[in-house]
Design a protein around this ligand. Structure first.
Ligand SMILES: CC(C)(COP(=O)(O)OP(=O)(O)OC[C@H]1O[C@@H](n2cnc3c(N)ncnc32)[C@H](O)[C@@H]1OP(=O)(O)O)[C@@H](O)C(=O)NCCC(=O)NCCS
Length: 147
């Protein structure tokens, strides 16, 4: 397994990016400034994008594993990589997600705890309602872990 930084043509991985953030113009808001990593293990299995959120906080803006490769530890491997790489440089790693049974338990398994939320983030910022496991995403839930 190898994790590589991608500096050019990050949108070649658009199909993966859209798994985590389904509206392309929302991805455009962070893809240029964000640092992108791709996990390869006999081909690309997943990606993540992080940005400097200020105040020694690093934020995961996008993380996705190919649907046929989920549940095999690749997502956790990307988080562990980010933790190792940015420990010392940042104090906190944070991520925002919907109130979804597909994502929150994953982050909790990776050592994140719930921090705060932004009311109506998904309904205010996305053109279409977003559903995960039949639940409409409304508020953005932030989770954090120390680095
Ligand atoms: C969320 C996502 C990145 C997780 O990556 P993954 O490779 O499937 O997760 P892992 O296999 O590394 O799982 C790590 C741990 O979390 C647990 N976990 C993962 N998803 C879970 C879920 N939905 N419910 C409960 N536990 C879950 C795993 O069981 C594993 O636990 P273990 O360490 O005890 O075995 C991946 O499923 C994905 O790409 N989803 C679609 C895109 C997306 O929603 N991205 C997040 C946007 S906020």
């Amino acid at each position: 397994m190898e994790i590589k930084v991608i500096t050019e043509n990050k949108k070649q991985f658009l199909s993966l990016l859209l798994l985590a953030d389904e509206q392309e113009d929302m991805i455009d808001k962070y893809i240029t400034d964000g640092t992108m990593y791709v996990l390869e293990d006999n081909g690309v299995k997943g990606e993540c994008v992080v940005i400097d959120a200020g105040n020694r906080v690093l934020e995961i803006k996008n993380i996705a594993i190919r649907p046929d490769c989920q549940g095999k530890g690749y997502g956790k491997a990307l988080i562990d990589f980010i933790v190792r790489k940015y420990k010392g440089e940042y104090s906190v790693l944070q991520v925002g997600t919907g109130e979804s049974p597909l994502t929150i338990p994953f982050y909790e398994k990776c050592g994140f705890v719930r921090s705060h939320s932004i009311k109506n983030f998904f309904t205010d910022n996305y053109d279409q309602p977003i559903y995960e496991s039949g639940i409409q995403l409304v508020d953005m839930i932030y989770l954090k872990r120390n680095l």
